[in-house]
Write a protein that binds this ligand. Structure first.
Ligand SMILES: Cc1cc2nc3c(=O)[nH]c(=O)nc-3n(C[C@H](O)[C@H](O)[C@H](O)COP(=O)(O)O)c2cc1C
Ligand code: SF4
Length: 413
């Protein structure tokens, strides 16, 4: 296996082409201005990613409404934001016209932060507080999703990721726990109809095959009634609904899926493996393979959770250092046919230039993520986010955040 040949080979991505097999995950970094527009910090982050030459870059979770959101300084995608988004996309495309740019559209639902917005749920999970939306309120949310897709298109984005992962509104509707009696609740045929309607409406609003559409999906959320479970009150894995979902979306025009797992506010180590439990990454390998095995060859499957592999100096056992390094493990997964592309999340904060350095044979210069999860601490504390290990600016943000808000003891550090 020549990992360079595998990772640097282009791939058809819907009607478009990804220049290589590196896919940058959406990473919300909470640095937009009060109107939800990109600031200098946002510009810097994405300029570096576009210089980094990944085949695909995803814009972090951008909220379709300012009323229900998880981050204080989140990016918004509402009509008022279109000029700023258009300028942003055009600027980045000038840096690198070859990188495909997807927007991840989201509504936080029950994960909206009540400190500055309204929590809205389809059916509150045990221990969660907030309001349950009316059907009229939900119809408005659907309209906002469709409008946001149109704004993304008009702003020059190459496509969208309809977020069905990590416990945000998409997952809340789709999971078996949504037993509420309404058009998108109860039997799987009702719950999946939400995603099908959304895709069909978006295709009508943006009838351009070059505009990519796909979803990041939590294949198994890891708690009773979560996505990928056998029923509303069991955590037992049953992927039949998720398989039916991706196949139904593929029929409705989805060109790619990003595999993920977990719901970070509940099952954090599952969503982003921490350095103490790197073996959870192998579950992602399995989930990605299930998607790959059940989709058409031309639908791109992107695998997640590679950051914990780093340079190979991780706590995985019974495997050689080379085989447990990000680049080799990633290339092996592509070669074995489990995934078509590998996604970089925290690793993209640690070194946005990874694909370029790799292409230029400068592997020794790559800053590999240490999975210390200090960036996650910044996210939880509502500070601007970046890599605190390799970027001094964010090391200082971390120091300042701990001074002001105390040190956060994360359950897995
Ligand atoms: C700071 C931070 C922000 C994140 N923001 C998003 C986001 O906007 N959308 C999303 O789907 N996942 C988000 N994630 C999850 C990552 O995209 C990714 O799924 C996870 O970190 C596992 O990949 P990794 O091992 O490469 O980091 C975020 C994770 C972190 C640590
Ligand atoms: S702060 Fe730690 S976990 Fe986050 S990107 Fe940097 S090295 Fe990785």
């Amino acid at each position: 296996m020549d990992k360079r040949q595998i990772l640097l080979s282009p791939i058809n991505f819907g009607a478009r082409t990804s220049q290589n097999r590196f896919f940058i995950q959406p990473m919300e970094c909470n640095d937009a201005d009060a109107e939800g527009n990109p600031t200098d910090l946002t510009y810097q982050r994405y300029e570096n990613l576009f210089r980094g030459e990944a085949g695909v870059v995803t814009l972090e979770a951008i909220t379709i409404t300012d009323k229900n959101r998880g981050r204080m300084n989140q990016l918004f995608i509402m009509p008022k934001n279109q000029p700023a988004l258009t300028k942003f996309v055009s600027h980045l495309k000038q840096i690198n016209p070859n990188t495909l740019f997807l927007f991840q559209l989201t509504h936080s639902g029950e994960l909206s932060n009540p400190a500055f917005s309204k929590r809205l749920s389809v059916k509150l999970l045990p221990g969660y507080e907030g309001d349950v939306f009316t059907e009229e309120e939900f119809d408005e949310i659907m309209d906002h999703f469709v409008l946001a897709a149109k704004i993304a298109y008009d702003s020059g984005a190459d496509g969208i990721d309809m977020k069905f992962c990590h416990g945000y509104l998409g997952s809340q509707i789709l999971r078996p726990y949504n037993t509420r009696k309404w058009k998108y609740g109860g039997p799987w045929e009702n719950r999946r109809q939400f995603a099908f309607d959304l895709y069909e409406r978006i295709q009508k609003a943006v009838p351009d095959k070059n505009f990519l559409i796909g979803s990041k999906v939590s294949v198994w959320e890891g708690f009773p009634g979560g996505m990928g479970t056998a029923g509303p009150d069991t955590p037992v894995i049953d992927l039949s609904e998720v398989i039916d979902l991706v196949q139904g979306l593929e029929e409705r025009g989805a060109q790619y899926f990003v595999q993920s797992a977990g719901s970070p506010s509940i099952t954090i180590s599952l969503t982003q493996c921490d350095k103490e439990r790197p073996y959870f990454a192998y579950l992602h390998q399995y989930f990605a393979k299930v998607l790959r095995d059940n989709l058409k060859k031309e639908t791109v499957v992107v695998g997640s959770n590679y950051s914990v592999f780093g340079k190979g100096k991780n706590k995985l056992q019974a495997v050689t250092t080379e085989d447990k390094s990000l680049l080799t493990y990633g290339a092996q997964n592509i070669e074995k046919g489990y995934v078509d592309m590998i996604a970089l999340g925290r690793q993209s904060l640690a070194d946005p230039l990874l694909p370029k350095k790799f292409r230029e044979g400068r592997e020794d210069e790559i800053h590999f993520c240490t999975a210390c999860d200090n960036c996650l601490e910044l996210l939880i504390q509502q500070s601007p986010i970046g890599c605190c290990t390799y970027n001094k600016f964010y090391t200082n943000v971390l120091v300042q955040t701990r001074k002001e808000k105390g040190r956060l003891v994360q359950d897995h550090t």
